[in-house]
Design a protein around this ligand. Structure first.
Ligand code: ATP
Ligand code: MN
Length: 464
């Protein structure tokens, strides 16, 4: 008998078709009239397959008591139109095999409505819940949509290194990578490290961004994007920061800041459209159970043009609003999440692209404006999340780039290959980074970033 996944059965299954379904039992109900109902889920979709097992089915007497919540089963049978409400079709079993039991006294997912905090402690089992199954499918759809967006526009998918010896942000929040025996060094009370003895012959870290390397390919092959894990040892315990997260970073030659904004805006809108089209059941679930406004929020985002607002005007709006914030801002201050959310949620009620930030707030590679005070940076802010994208036009002029490195206390010699790009055939170019998990937060309405990645890494937590 053909083995079919439940999403396909519920979508296309015709009465009288014989097939085998396999999955994990959500519930079992025994009727007094000599049969049992099983709700079976295999993760292919939100819905369960209803299965009717008569007590005359081979295996019933010996196996049915092992068909408990969490057990894995394989069931052969024939599809029938369902007389009950809630499903078009159901499976009438002709045989029943329990593949793996799940002891009712110890299986942790017995009742519904566990807290997110509890589920985080059983991250190996939480994908078996409705919420985490839906998050996994939507996250997958977003990843597919990201690749599809760039591939259909002729972008090259580039793999940039995970281990690096340059700090892209210059922020120093990097995880060091070493094969030196730290315990041994401590024992010998060595206080100066001889990096030549280390694996790469110099200090190395996990990457915080693939941008610098992506620029080398953008200025050779053309439009490209990286999409991979990035690591930041920022000790900020927030609901929007992870120590390990996935970032997609497109980089485009001959783009200036407005082109970069146009691409970012259609990128965000396309991802939303794709998820709404491909995951309607999961999205209906999020709208009903997680955030009752999520569908209308997404509709609002995809139907309106994003506001484009210079940083200087944003500061004016915030200071004139009369609203009390935890942090006061003036020209030159970094915006906190509270200010970003005020702008996008309260003041405008739609996404905002902030641009032309003070150069003192931004990394060395962003292009300086003629006012000598601001750089061509842009952040895309969305309701519910705040910053989802950060990007800029890059500084393509060698002399100014080198001057900015000095301002940022970086040694241009360490970036010799990066400055070479400005020495040989330099062009205007731009790019941005979108955090995958921030996109999942936006689209699902989930509120904690720890719940939209399978195994979150945060300060003090790297279990599983
Ligand atoms: P934030 O101000 O929110 O800390 P950032 O300015 O440090 O972010 P960028 O360096 O501009 O972020 O990175 C680009 C994108 O990567 C951000 O817009 C965000 O979507 C995502 N991102 C950055 N840091 C993290 C993190 N620690 N965890 C998850 N996503 C992140
Ligand atoms: Mn940023």
């Amino acid at each position: 008998m053909p083995i079919t996944r439940i999403a396909g059965i519920l979508r296309d299954g015709q009465p009288e078709t014989q097939l085998t379904a396999r999955g994990w039992v959500r519930t079992r109900r025994d009727s007094k009239n000599g049969f049992s109902f099983i709700e079976l889920n295999d993760g292919s979709c939100m819905k369960n397959l209803q299965i009717v097992v008569e007590n005359t089915v081979p295996g019933y007497e010996t196996s049915i008591r092992d068909v408990t919540t969490g057990a894995s089963v394989s069931i052969e049978g024939t599809l029938k139109e369902s007389p009950g409400k809630g499903q078009r079709i159901e499976l009438h079993a002709s045989s029943l095999t329990v593949l793996g039991v799940a002891d009712a006294a110890t299986y942790p997912l017995q009742k519904k409505g566990h807290s997110m905090e509890f589920l985080r402690e059983i991250a190996h089992l939480r994908p078996r819940t409705n919420t985490f199954g839906a998050v996994a499918r939507v996250r997958n759809c977003i990843s597919w949509s990201i690749h599809n967006f760039f591939q259909t526009r002729g972008f090259l998918y580039l793999n940039t290194p995970i281990i690096t010896t340059s700090d892209c942000e210059g922020a120093g929040e990097m995880f060091q990578v070493t094969t030196l025996d730290l315990a041994m060094l401590a024992k010998k009370q060595i206080d100066t490290i001889d990096w030549k003895q280390d694996f790469f012959g110099k200090p190395a870290s996990l990457t915080v961004s693939g941008q610098l390397e992506a620029e080398t390919y953008a200025t050779a092959i053309g439009d490209c994007y990286t999409f991979g894990p990035t690591f930041r040892a920022e000790n900020s315990n927030t609901t929007r920061h992870l120590a390990e997260f996935w970032m997609v970073e497109p980089e485009m030659p001959f783009y200036e800041l407005p082109d970069n904004m146009d691409l970012a805006e259609s990128f965000v809108k396309t991802i939303i459209n794709d998820v709404l089209e491909k995951c309607p059941d999961d999205m209906a679930f999020f709208n009903e159970r997680i955030d009752k406004t999520v569908l209308s929020k997404l509709e609002n985002i995809r139907s309106k043009e994003f506001i484009r607002l210079p940083y200087t005007e944003a500061i004016e709006i915030i200071t004139k609003s009369g609203k009390k914030f935890d942090y006061n801002v003036q020209w030159g201050s970094d915006l906190q999440t509270e200010h970003e959310r005020f702008l996008t949620e309260e003041h405008f009620g739609q996404p905002v692209i902030l641009f032309n930030y003070p150069r003192t707030l931004k990394p060395f590679y962003m292009r300086c404006n003629d006012d000598e005070k601001t750089v061509r940076a842009m952040d895309v802010l969305v309701p519910g999340v705040g910053e989802i994208i950060g990007g800029s036009q890059r500084e393509e002029r060698l002399d100014i780039l080198v001057q900015r490195m000095h301002e940022c206390h970086l040694n241009p010699d360490d970036y010799w290959w990066y400055t070479d790009l400005r020495r040989f055939g330099t062009v205007p170019h731009a790019g941005f980074g979108l955090g995958l998990e921030r996109a999942v937060l936006l689209i699902t309405g989930m509120t904690n970033i720890r719940d939209v990645i399978p195994f979150p890494r945060t300060p003090g937590h790297a279990e599983f």
